[in-house]
Write a protein that binds this ligand. Sequence first.
Ligand code: E4P
Length: 216
Amino acid sequence: MKFFADTADTAEIRDLAEAGLLDGVTTNPSLIMKSGCDFIEVTKEICGLTSGPVSAEVVSLDHAGMMREAEKLRKIADNVCIKVPLTIDGLKTCRALTSDGTMVNVTLCFSANQALLAAKAGATFVSPFVGRHDDNGFDGMELIRDIRLIYDNYAFATEILVASVRHTIHVLEAAKIGADVMTAPPAVIKALVKHVLTDKGIEGFMADWAKTGQSL
Ligand code: E4P
């Protein structure tokens, strides 16, 4: 499973890249707002920190506006992936851009039928939001299972990018289902390393090493 960092924080992105835990990045208008950075500038910087796809989201709601913005965004770097909402205009934009060889991430997916439409429009990635799905009384992982089944039934090439990941169990469940990618805040990715027995083991080894009186 590929790991994307769901952030526009370049220090966090650099840190994950150095640890070999970064296959790409996703941003959205809320994450750009949180970063306090200029959208174009920070996207350019992020594209230099990874060779993987960097999702940059359009903010127009109509097809012509989305195409105009996508034109600006895809000039930033070869690894920019245009993010469009799961609407008819978004799907039109998806079809036009992918036909032209540009990567597209169709975002804000909350049903398996919507994911089916994204695949038919030729999306590179579809982003089902598991956390927001759970928050509203639905089962986010059931959605991922359904999309996996449908995509496998028809051998769609669109990759399932599990988004709105809130904790490590989301990552585990998504990996068990066979999602292609997950995007999570850096804190969630780093939390995957934690285990009480690892900490306890290090503590024990360090205590015994000190007793040897040796240095390395
Ligand atoms: C990713 O592409 C989404 O923008 C993101 O995962 C949304 O996460 P949130 O529901 O925690 O805002």
